[in-house]
Write a protein that binds this ligand. Structure first.
Ligand code: GLN
Length: 182
């Protein structure tokens, strides 16, 4: 499987290592020609969504990526990547790709609990390590969006059509086998 990892800002090295550990051919997407290498999955890493969104536009990647996502290219999105995909960002008129019918709230866990690690059930599997790093919360999901994990009763991972998106960092979990079905 060929995985294109968006590599304009943030934790793309970890994302690339995660997919390579699963035997995928993972490569970086830094500019439009990188998309011509052919990809079976787009991986959107954690980082700073506002910076990533601006860089995507500046680099000419935004429109081609949006078109491919809308064409059904499978996407694996983490944290800032989820924010880039969300249809709504609470308290913010900004919409980036707007391809995933959920509402997110950025930096939802406040300063004290900004980053933390826990374990939980992911897609029916218990004991999955979940690392939250200045994570957003998913505050609303449209009908048809499948919730794969929750924390304190709120969704923390969702699947919709070809998109799987996390508020936590599965690529830091060191349990790649858990995610092979994605
Ligand atoms: N706080 C970041 C944002 O709002 C997301 C953090 C992350 O990707 N770990 O974009």
């Amino acid at each position: 499987m060929k995985v294109g990892v968006l590599a304009v800002q943030g934790a793309f090295a970890e994302m690339k290592a995660f997919w390579r550990a699963q035997g995928a051919e993972a490569f970086e997407i830094r500019q439009p020609p990188d998309l011509e290498r052919g990809l079976d999955l787009l991986a959107l890493p954690g980082g700073e969504s506002t910076v990533q969104g601006k860089l995507l536009a500046d680099l000419g990647l935004f429109a081609p990526l949006k078109a491919r996502i809308e064409d059904g290219l499978p996407v694996f999105a983490v944290c800032a990547g989820l924010i880039l995909l969300a249809e709504n960002i609470e308290g913010d008129g900004t919409v980036w790709f707007g391809s995933l019918p959920v509402t997110v709230k950025r930096n939802a866990y406040g300063r004290q609990l900004g980053s933390f690690a826990t374990q939980g059930v992911f897609d029916g599997r218990p004991g999955v390590p979940m690392t939250f790093i200045r994570a957003p919360a998913i505050t609303a999901v449209a009908p048809g969006v499948e919730v794969l994990s929750t924390f304190d009763g709120a969704p923390t991972a969702v699947r919709w059509r070809g998109i799987t998106a996390f508020t936590w960092h599965p690529e830091l979990a060191h349990r790649p086998a858990v995610f092979t079905a994605i």
